[in-house]
Design a protein around this ligand. Structure first.
Ligand SMILES: [Zn+2]
Length: 179
């Protein structure tokens, strides 16, 4: 499967972002609401058209990750009874400058441009599985990402994953960070 098969239409996405973030799909399984949510309801977090395009690009990777993860680890698993697909859960996607400050994000964070997402992981095993799949996707599609970082704070683990537009440098930075 090619990454571009998961693409939504950014122009369509950009049209109505100001009023209906929740219902707006960036791809079959991810909505703009999920990629702009935060626990600080009072902080405005409306992405620009360009940021929505960047989020949409990241979603093409998330769709392929979701597809492969379920195929490899959920649906094919002998002890798996329900045959229900597992979702990929996003803890944080786009952040306005104010929100980024509030959550203590880096000043040049890829979250500010809608190029990064933090994917919830139930432990190091799941984080590693996600990471391996994302590296496989990059190798096979010959498309590059900017950051693939397993991050840990206390007992909470997430995967920070960033893809910048092809016109910018994607550094393929891979690492483990302990906050
Ligand atoms: Zn992050």
């Amino acid at each position: 499967m090619k990454l571009s098969e998961h693409l939504a239409t950014p122009s369509e996405a950009a049209l109505s972002h100001s009023n209906k973030l929740d219902g707006l799909r960036l791809s079959p399984h991810f909505s703009l609401g999920e990629l702009t949510k935060s626990k600080y309801a009072e902080v405005e977090n409306i992405p620009s058209r360009v940021a929505i395009e960047n989020l949409t690009r990241v979603c093409t990777w998330l769709e392929e990750l979701r597809f492969r993860y379920n195929l490899r680890y959920v649906l094919a698993h002998v002890s798996h009874v329900s045959q229900e697909e597992e979702p990929i859960i996003i803890n944080s996607g786009y952040r306005s400058p104010e929100l980024n400050r509030k959550v203590g994000g880096a000043a040049n964070s890829n979250h500010l441009t809608g190029c990064a997402v933090d994917i919830r992981c139930y432990g190091i095993e799941q984080a590693l599985r996600y990471a391996v799949i994302l590296m496989d996707i990059s190798d096979e599609s010959k498309e590059v990402f900017d950051e693939l970082l397993i991050e840990k704070h206390g007992s909470t683990i997430w995967l920070h994953f960033a893809v910048r537009p092809p016109t910018q440098v994607n550094r393929r930075k891979i690492g483990f960070l302990k906050a």
